[in-house]
Ligand binder design. Sequence first.
Ligand SMILES: CC(C)(COP(=O)(O)OP(=O)(O)OC[C@H]1O[C@@H](n2cnc3c(N)ncnc32)[C@H](O)[C@@H]1OP(=O)(O)O)[C@@H](O)C(=O)NCCC(=O)NCCS
Length: 382
Amino acid sequence: MGVIIRRYTDADGEGFRRVRSMAFRSGESIDPEDKLLRDDCIAYVGVDDGQIVAATTVLKMTASKQGLDLPCGGLAAVGVVPEKRRSGIGSKMMAEILPMMRDEGLLMASLYPFRATYYRKFGYEPCGKRYQITCPGHRLPKLEQELEIRQIEVNQKEQIAECYRQFSMRYAGMNKRDDDQWWRLLGGDTPLAVYVAGDPIEAYAVFRLNGDFWVSQQIKELVWNSARGYRSLLSFFRSLSLNKNDVEWREPGDSPYLERYEDQGAVISIWGNIMFRAIDVPKLLATKPVAGEGEFSFKVLDSFMPENVGPWSISFKDGSVQVDQCSEASFELSIGQFTQAFLGEPSLESMIRNGSVAVPEASRAAACAYFHAERTYCMDYF
Ligand SMILES: CC(C)(COP(=O)(O)OP(=O)(O)OC[C@H]1O[C@@H](n2cnc3c(N)ncnc32)[C@H](O)[C@@H]1OP(=O)(O)O)[C@@H](O)C(=O)NCCC(=O)NCCS
């Protein structure tokens, strides 16, 4: 009968733990008390002849987009037991969970790839950029600390949540965290240090203080909603860097560090880019806020979810969008390109410039206005 992909049930615990153990925990047994599936998770399993041979978890999150919170499923721990790998089970699971996720009301999916090439086959594409900045202490900019820096307790997370919310509004793809997701971000049972700038808070940094000398001090999360908040924390990083090799943190594609403060000696790399995939194209199209007016038609190439193909005619004016299925499309986008264009980075305009998408001149202005550029970023790791 072949492998069946279905939603996890309580009776699957043992098989689910075995997949997790064999794929991610060196074969060590996992205590049934170990909460592998938290309340914000959905899980799927692959069953072969009554045995669970594959599993994955989907974390319920959101992806911000122009003030909207789009339901988004974050895929984690995609695994197949070693004896069943390379026979198509992983691919079958990746394909068949897509409509199941849509039926849960998810409009988007996201993941951190072990290799982008594997997930690209299923329609995922990297969206946005994340720069990792590793800056030797003596190369950090000498900035005035304009705002007072203080430490807050992790149980005072409401104080930083507003700063995070405002930061999130500036990017597509950001997750609106629930309490449990905040708890995990802040270190869970082994709380991290949280330092904030200003009152009300205009910037914050979350990190585990590294007690060793001449090592890297890593910052888990840096968020700011004002330029002086950002500068104050960068100034504070100089204090953190004393007797350390460097301070390491991450910033989005419109990084203020790269814009104004970069110096010789700092190492900048692209770090762990997230991939997204649109799951419910018609709903996304109808949901998207858009300014200006225009009309165009296009088609989405999605061999996994025919409901996404269209062709779609889009007509927008004064903030409202009319989406209809039509018979002819003036251009086509793969589902991955659609996802990138929808979120906004890389934008449709940059794809046209790169020659990866051909849009007829007559449709170009309207299509680029609808799929306009927007910085895309996600700070949640899963
Ligand atoms: C990754 C994993 C889930 C794939 O499952 P699977 O059932 O083995 O995958 P499939 O049989 O559907 O596909 C395997 C094919 O993908 C190809 N593939 C594997 N990695 C790839 C990559 N990085 N890029 C492109 N193709 C890749 C393989 O070459 C293989 O094709 P082949 O048999 O022609 O060589 C599974 O190997 C696994 O559990 N690995 C360990 C855990 C892990 O790394 N999980 C992913 C991180 S979240």
